[in-house]
Design a protein around this ligand. Structure first.
Ligand code: 13P
Ligand code: ZN
Ligand code: NA
Length: 283
């Protein structure tokens, strides 16, 4: 069934594991993610970015996730990833998403705080938890690109002030990850993560996990990360599955044939990531 992320993340925090948050673009990816979670008895978060909900719309994705989630026993969260405006967050809340992110990381500290607070004031009465971002995750997610040297890491003192004043349920931290793949394996600032964890007690979120080594993901979970976002690797897996079928049999014209292959690749990958997150058998 579909549930809110609040309790799941707090339980993960206590248990020292993380919930995988997987970006889905279509029905097949949604099915793959939920099937993987069900087979491993793991809670799971499915998320859609602004460009994804522009490809279809929030109601479409919410309906697909709800239908798939109602068929399984594990808890499934429907999350808006990188909501870039109060309006988009409102749309997701209206569509009955069970969790939203407001990403004000490109704004000034004050503006980010003010707008995040507005999203919390809108979401909280409806029981919807809000994830915010402080500091900047590098790379490119959707249309907004951050050059590596501008990627400002999260400041622990500011994080405390931010959380106190906004009342967010979880916080995405910038500790050296970037969206997409990396030219070289990123070195994460684990000392900073420890400082952030000391300064604030809400669940912390790691963005940009595609291309980060399993060891680094696991270490960041030990240090307080409770939600890990994976997008690019899933997109690549789906596309690889589709390509393989079309290369081997270029005359295939039934979308079911090649989409099923993409789905199978995504499912395999999500199972690996769930195990790395440590959420197997935590449903
Ligand atoms: P990757 O594309 O690097 O996995 O980043 C995912 C993410 O942070 C989605 O919000
Ligand atoms: Zn992200
Ligand atoms: Na990445």
């Amino acid at each position: 069934p579909l549930i809110s992320s609040t309790k799941l993340l707090l339980k993960a925090q206590k248990g020292g594991y993380a919930i995988g948050a997987f970006n889905a673009e279509n029905m097949e990816m949604i099915q793959a993610i939920v099937e993987a979670a069900e087979e491993l008895s793991s809670p799971v978060i499915i998320q859609t970015t602004p460009s994804t909900v522009a490809y279809a719309n929030v109601d479409m994705y919410r309906a697909m996730v709800n239908t798939v989630a109602n068929d399984v026993s594990v808890p499934v969260v429907m999350h808006l990833d990188h909501g870039k405006s109060l309006d988009l967050c409102k749309q997701a809340i209206e569509a009955q998403y069970t969790s939203v992110m407001f990403d004000g990381s490109t704004l000034s500290f004050e503006e980010n705080m003010l707008l995040t607070r507005k999203v919390v004031d809108t979401a909280k009465p409806k029981g919807i938890p809000v994830e915010a971002e402080l500091g900047t995750v590098g790379g490119k997610e959707d249309d907004h690109e951050v050059s590596d040297k501008d990627a400002l890491y999260t400041n622990p003192k500011q994080a405390k002030q931010f959380v106190d004043r906004t009342g967010v349920q979880s916080l995405a931290v910038a500790i050296g990850t970037a969206h997409g793949f990396y030219k070289q394996e990123p070195r994460l600032d684990f000392d900073r993560l420890k400082e952030i964890r000391k300064a604030i007690d809400i669940p912390l979120v790691l963005h940009g996990a595609s291309g980060v080594s399993d060891e680094s993901v696991m270490k960041s979970i030990q240090l307080g990360i409770c939600k890990v976002n994976f997008a690019t690797e899933l997109r690549v897996a789906f596309t690889k599955g589709v390509n393989k079928v079309l290369e081997e049999a270029p005359n295939i014209y039934d979308p079911k044939k090649y989409c099923a292959a993409g789905r199978a690749e995504v499912k395999k990958l999500v199972k690996e990531k769930i195990i790395i997150c440590g959420s197997k058998k935590k449903a």
